[in-house]
Design a protein around this ligand. Structure first.
Ligand code: DC
Length: 234
């Protein structure tokens, strides 16, 4: 049986990928999804949209009640366009707006609120109800899809993650320093891992991949091998 035949037999499953900021989750999940013909579910983008709306409305990131209301009301959709996962809020494109340093700073405190999480997790499950989804975030392996068919935890050293962010921001013309990014990532890791509601966790059944010295292609290849071995029994 050819590899392609095997991969084409892969319908309706859920693959969940979690990990800290800069571990390569988004790029890996997006590439994997396009390789196996799955939909990419970027859960972080949904928290970012809520943070963007909060900033736009001048709300405090501590105002859980208003943030919950926003999370229930927003209509978020995605559209794959080649290498880019376009993000829409009520049909208006928000792809770049949700990746600014301001939103990145606000999103972690926004995502601690239980009401925000409940509303967004509900949407994430609805979006994945027919399966054939690669989901990525902080709690997709633990809370959103505890029964996922394959769970991956991507990790990398903080230096490597800061270096990747620096390159990513430089490509967008945003200048910052390595030390500043390292501190921001450290703070965000701490907040995302120590929070009371759905902290970033390595579940016992997740396969841990350290991406510090791996290319994106190698990460995707590794996951495809795991899919073959664990889901397709190939
Ligand atoms: O992956 P990202 O950088 O786009 O995520 C942005 C923030 O959203 C991250 O700091 C924590 C939060 N987040 C979350 O709490 N749960 C998720 N499933 C995904 C992201």
């Amino acid at each position: 049986m050819s590899m392609n035949y095997k991969l084409s037999a892969l319908a309706g499953k859920i693959i969940a990928i979690d990990g800290p900021a800069g571990s390569g989750k988004s790029t890996t999940a997006r590439l994997l999804a396009s390789k196996i013909g799955y939909t990419f579910l970027d859960t972080g983008a949904m928290y970012r949209v809520v943070a963007w709306v909060a900033l736009k409305k001048g709300l405090s990131v501590d105002d859980g009640e208003s943030l919950e209301m926003i999370s229930r009301q927003v209509e978020i959709s995605f559209e794959m366009d080649g290498d880019i996962n376009r993000v829409f809020l009520f049909g208006k494109e928000m792809t770049d707006e949700i990746r600014t340093p301001e939103v990145t700073k606000a999103v972690s405190p926004v995502s601690v609120h239980a009401g925000v999480r409940t509303a967004l997790v509900k949407r994430q499950r609805e979006m994945a109800k027919n399966g054939s989804v690669v989901a990525e975030g902080r709690d997709t392996t633990s809370v959103v899809f505890p029964d996922a068919d394959l769970k991956i935890y991507l990790d990398a050293s903080i230096e490597e993650r800061a270096r990747r962010r620096l390159l990513e921001l430089a490509r967008k013309g945003i200048s910052t320093t390595f030390e500043e990014l390292k501190r921001e990532i450290y703070d965000r890791d701490k907040r995302d891992s120590k929070r009371e509601n759905s902290p970033l966790t390595k579940t016992a059944d997740a396969v841990v991949i350290d991406t510090t010295s791996l290319t994106i292609e190698a990460q995707v290849e590794r996951i495809i091998r795991l899919i073959k071995a664990r889901i397709l029994n190939a």
